[in-house]
Design a protein around this ligand. Structure first.
Ligand SMILES: Nc1nc2c(ncn2[C@@H]2O[C@H](COP(=O)(O)OP(=O)(O)OP(=O)(O)O)[C@@H](O)[C@H]2O)c(=O)[nH]1
Ligand SMILES: [Mg+2]
Length: 410
């Protein structure tokens, strides 16, 4: 999950380290050090599991030397032709320098104190000139990874402010500082505080009212499936949800949502195809009130934000059923498009939160990172697959850990 963003983050720290080491080498300000070197992700792991045992630490080191060996060998073999051209003059001494590292990391993979760790004779300070190119590359990388432009710019600015002026004694300090700067920038971006839906259900229940939730979004993003999952989720928590089949527009939509309701074991309120979706939603709310059910889940037809008639119809469903929550359901795989759609739906109907589906298949992560920040509304759940149990409450800490750890269990 989110491999693309992870690679970009870790590459940024590697390049910055490379930049400073090269400069220090030219200044004759470099001495090789005995000791163990930490990779970008191992800083994350150390932070997450402070009490990790020795055995794990050795595993970390193995992983590091593997990724390092890729990094150094790339430099040696000169994948980057431009760099080689620019640096022809220096290539002799550098090739010795890099190849020494390459040899070390390849031949001593099991040796945790292998090369690549340097200290500076004179302390170095990270300056703007060191980070400029690297952060520009990061920004481009984030945009390629479908991160919204304002989010990419914000991350880069925060990281820059955080890094410039940092004093470093050892080359590996840079990796740690970059890790911390990126983690802190991303953490501010993805953390949009919100009440959980369960708390909202409880608040309404205390007033003897159901929580009414309406789901909107373009076609095929996963609204109906998400409703099935949430019905199941809250049923298991001991509540009694009811579903409103308010997609009376698409052929087969009523049958599809009925199938989910039956599978999960919740009541569905439905009218005929082509009937007024607002009336269906209204009836479902009335039913929940009469039967003291705690949650109404209103399915609506997928619609393009550009279709004025359908957008007006959606506003009518909202006016009539007076939902407590309007949730925009976006497909994480569509990246920045999902963010743009969320903006449009928010302008049209004032959404309260977001559910991103298909996060299980999302290698980029751009939408997950950007959507909440751009529309200033929280992500409430992530869809993680096609089964009824494949949904999780969004948790910014969990998301951070996903982005900053290579402990992939997914
Ligand atoms: N992998 C994965 N697939 C999902 C997820 N959520 C939904 N899907 C799939 O996405 C497809 C579309 O889901 P629907 O629930 O029908 O989408 P919808 O938004 O209701 O579609 P319309 O009613 O046509 O607008 C289905 O094949 C779902 O199984 C998810 O979290 N992960
Ligand atoms: Mg649907």
């Amino acid at each position: 999950m989110f491999e693309s963003l992870k690679n970009k983050f870790s590459r940024t720290s590697e390049k910055l380290e490379e930049e400073i080491i090269e400069e220090a080498q030219e200044e004759d300000n470099l001495q090789e050090e005995e000791g163990s070197k930490s990779s970008f992700f191992s800083f994350g792991r150390k932070k997450q599991k402070k009490d990790e045992d020795d055995e794990e630490e050795i595993d970390d080191q193995k992983e590091e030397s593997e990724s390092k060996s890729h990094f150094w060998s790339r430099n040696k073999s000169g994948d980057d032709e431009e760099e080689i051209d620019d640096e022809d003059e220096e290539s002799e001494s550098k090739s010795h320098f890099w190849s020494r590292n390459k040899d070390d990391s390849e031949s001593e993979e099991d040796d945790e104190s292998s090369g690549g760790l340097f200290s500076f004779v004179r302390e170095k300070t990270i300056k703007e000139k060191h980070v400029e190119d690297i952060l520009w590359e990061l920004e481009m990388g984030l945009l390629e990874g479908d991160v919204a432009i304002e989010v990419a710019t914000e991350i880069v600015e925060k990281v820059k402010l955080n890094l410039i002026g940092k004093k470093i004694k050892r080359s590996n300090d840079i990796t740690e500082y970059t890790y911390l700067a990126l983690r802190s920038a991303v953490s501010e971006i993805i953390d949009i505080p919100s009440k959980s839906m369960t708390e909202m259900i409880e608040d309404k229940k205390a007033k003897g009212e159901p929580l009414v939730v309406m789901f909107v979004g373009i076609n095929g993003t996963g609204k109906t499936t998400t409703i099935g999952k949430l019905a199941n989720y809250y049923l298991k928590k001991g509540y009694t949800p009811v579903i409103a089949a308010s997609d009376t527009f698409r052929a087969g939509a009523i049958e599809q949502v009925t199938h989910h309701a039956d599978n999960v074991g919740v009541k569905i309120i439905k009218h005929q195809k082509g009937s007024d979706p607002a009336a269906v939603a209204f009836d479902a709310v009335e039913h929940a009130r009469a039967q003291s059910k705690e949650l109404v889940l209103i399915d609506t037809a997928g619609r393009m934000q550009t279709n004025t008639n359908l957008m007006d119809e959606m506003k009518k469903i909202k006016r009539v059923s007076k939902p407590d929550l309007v949730i925009f359901v976006g497909d994480a795989l569509t990246g920045n498009d999902a963010v743009e759609q969320a903006k449009k739906f928010n302008e049209a109907i004032d959404i309260d939160g977001v559910i991103l589906t298909k996060a299980d298949a999302d290698s980029k992560g751009g939408a997950s990172l950007s959507i909440g920040y751009v529309i200033k509304k929280p992500i409430l759940f992530l869809g993680m697959g096609q089964g009824y149990d494949d949904i999780m409450e969004y948790d910014a800490e969990w998301m951070l850990d996903q982005l900053f750890s290579q402990d992939d269990s997914d």
